[in-house]
Design a protein around this ligand. Structure first.
Ligand code: HAM
Length: 426
C-alpha cells in the first residue's frame, strides 16, 4: 500500500521551498529592524494552557485541537496558535522582570488545527507571528500593525485591506455582553446549537459563528463601539491617529471580534481583495490582550501581537501575479572526461564550494554530452570542463553558459578566476 500525506497538510518540495525561505528571510529582516527577537517554543504544550489561554468556548478549543495523552497519561496538545505558548514562556522565564520592556518577540513555525481543509485552510500551517508584551502604549499597536503591513507591501502585494476594531476593556465587554444577551435571547432558537450554548457562556462568540453569519440578528446586533467607555474610546482614537500618521489606511468594522478569547481593545485583520484569492480572505489577524499573562500565572501585563500564515501569504502573491526574485541555478558545474579527470573533479568541486561558489558535478558516470545537459538543466552559470589532456597540461576550460564563450584557465587559479567572474556578474 502506498502511503498518502494526511489531509490538510502538504509537502513543500524543492522549487517551492525557496519561496518559503525568501518570505521567511524578509520577515526576519523586518523583525530585526523593529527590534523583535525570535523565540522558539515547543510544538506541543499542556492542553490546559490552551483551555485557559485561547478560551474554552472558542471553536479552536472546542473543535479543532489535536489533543493526545502522552505515555504518562498527561493531556498534551499540538499548538493551534503561538500567543498562549509565548506568554507561557514569558511568565515561566520571568521576562516581566527584564528592565527592557516591552519584550518584543517573534516566531515562525507550524501550528495545528483540525479544520475542514479548503483553499487557504490547512490542518498544519506555518505562522509568522509577533508579540510585544509589557506596554500599554497605543503606539505599539500601530507598530505591530505596521510590521504586518510592511511584510506584505515589501513583497509587492497591493490589494490589501486593513480592518480594525476595538473590543474595549473589561467594563466595556461586560456592558456589551449584556446588550448581546438582550438582543439574541428571545430568538436564540433561530440560531445553531453552538450559538445557544454561546449565549450562556460567551455571547460575543455568537458574532463569530461560521454557520449563522448571514442571519439578520447578526446585522442588527449591538455594536461594541457604542459601548466603549471613555478610556477605551480614547485608546482606540490614539491607535487610529497613529496609523494615519504612519500613512496606513484602515477601515473600522465593529463586527470584527476575532476567534480567540483573549482580546481587549485593538483587534485587526488584514484581508486580500485580490480576485481569485478564494473564499477565505483573511491573511493576518491580531490584537491586544490583557488578562492573558495573569491567566497563565504571571503579573498583570498587557500585550499585543499578530499572526499570519505563510500559506495564505504565498496564495495572495499568486493571486496578484507576483513572482519572487528567487535565483535558481548554480554557479558552476564541473564536467569531467576521463578517469583521472573524474578523480580530480571531486577535489575541484570541494575547493569551489569552500570558496563560497555553488558547485556540483556528475555522479552518474554520464558521457560528456549528458553532463553538459545536466549543467544546462541545473541552470549553471559556468561549466568547468576537465579532461585528462587538460589535466596533464594543468589547465581547465571554463565555459560561460549565457554567451558560450570559452577560456582556458590554469588549474591552480580556477577558483580565483571563477570568483572574479561571478562577482562581476553580481
Ligand atoms: P488567528 O486569527 O487564529 O490568530 O490566526 C492568525 C492567522 O493564521 C490567520 O489570519 C491565517 O493567516 C492563519 N491561519 C489560521 N488558521 C489557518 C489554517 N487553518 N490554515 C492556514 N492558515 C491559517 C491567532 O492565531 C493569534 N494567535 C494571533 C495573535 C497573535 N493575536 C495576538 N497575537
Amino acid at each position: 500500500m502506498a502511503f498518502q500525506i494526511p489531509r490538510g497538510t502538504q509537502d513543500i518540495l524543492p522549487g517551492e521551498v525557496e519561496k518559503w525561505q525568501y518570505v521567511e528571510k524578509i520577515a526576519r529582516d523586518i523583525c530585526k529592524r523593529y527590534n523583535y527577537h525570535e523565540i522558539r517554543t515547543p510544538i506541543f504544550e499542556h492542553t490546559e494552557l490552551f483551555l485557559r489561554g485561547v478560551g474554552d468556548t472558542t471553536d479552536i478549543v472546542q473543535k479543532e485541537m489535536y489533543t493526545f495523552e502522552d505515555r504518562a497519561g498527561r493531556s498534551m496538545t499540538l499548538r493551534p496558535e503561538g500567543t498562549a505558548p509565548v506568554v507561557r514562556s514569558f511568565v515561566e522565564n520571568k521576562m516581566y522582570g527584564n528592565p527592557n520592556q516591552p519584550i518584543k518577540l517573534y516566531y515562525i513555525g507550524p501550528m495545528f488545527r483540525y479544520e475542514r481543509p479548503q483553499a487557504g485552510r490547512f490542518r498544519q500551517f506555518v505562522q509568522f507571528g509577533v508579540e510585544a508584551i509589557g506596554s500599554n502604549d497605543p503606539a505599539i499597536d500601530a507598530e505591530v500593525i505596521a510590521m504586518a503591513m510592511e511584510l506584505y507591501r515589501s513583497l509587492g502585494l497591493k490589494k490589501l485591506r486593513l480592518v480594525i476594531n476595538s473590543l474595549g476593556d473589561v467594563e466595556t465587554r461586560k456592558a456589551h455582553r449584556q446588550a448581546l444577551i438582550d438582543h439574541f435571547k428571545s430568538r436564540i432558537h433561530e440560531l445553531c446549537e453552538d450559538c445557544q450554548v454561546r449565549l450562556e457562556k460567551n455571547p460575543l462568540r455568537i458574532l463569530d459563528c461560521k454557520k449563522d453569519r448571514d442571519h439578520e440578528l447578526m446585522a442588527t446586533a449591538p455594536s461594541i463601539l457604542d459601548y466603549l467607555n471613555d478610556e477605551s474610546r480614547h485608546y482606540f482614537e490614539k491607535v487610529k491617529a497613529y496609523l494615519t500618521k504612519l500613512g496606513i489606511p484602515f477601515e473600522v468594522d465593529p463586527r470584527l471580534v476575532r476567534g480567540l478569547d483573549y482580546y481587549h481593545h485593538t483587534t485587526f485583520e488584514i484581508m486580500s481583495d485580490a480576485e481569485g484569492f478564494g473564499a477565505i480572505t483573511t491573511l493576518c489577524g491580531g490584537g491586544r490582550y490583557s488578562g492573558l499573562v495573569q491567566e497563565i500565572g504571571g503579573p498583570e501585563t498587557p500585550g499585543i501581537g499578530f499572526a499570519l500564515s505563510i500559506e495564505r501569504l504565498l496564495a495572495a502573491l499568486e493571486a496578484e501575479g507576483i513572482t519572487l526574485p528567487i535565483s535558481e541555478g548554480i554557479d558552476c558545474y564541473v564536467v569531467a572526461v576521463g578517469e583521472k579527470a573524474k578523480d580530480e573533479s571531486i577535489l575541484l568541486v570541494h575547493k569551489l564550494r569552500k570558496a563560497g561558489i555553488v558547485a556540483d558535478k556528475d555522479y552518474q558516470d554520464r558521457k560528456i554530452k549528458a553532463q553538459l545537459k545536466s549543467a544546462d538543466r541545473l541552470n549553471a552559470k559556468f561549466v568547468a570542463i576537465l579532461g585528462d589532456d587538460e589535466l596533464a597540461k594543468e589547465v581547465i576550460n571554463i565555459k560561460e553558459m549565457s554567451t558560450g564563450e570559452q577560456t582556458e584557465v590554469p588549474l591552480h587559479s580556477v577558483v580565483d578566476y571563477l570568483k572574479e567572474r561571478l562577482s562581476q556578474e553580481g
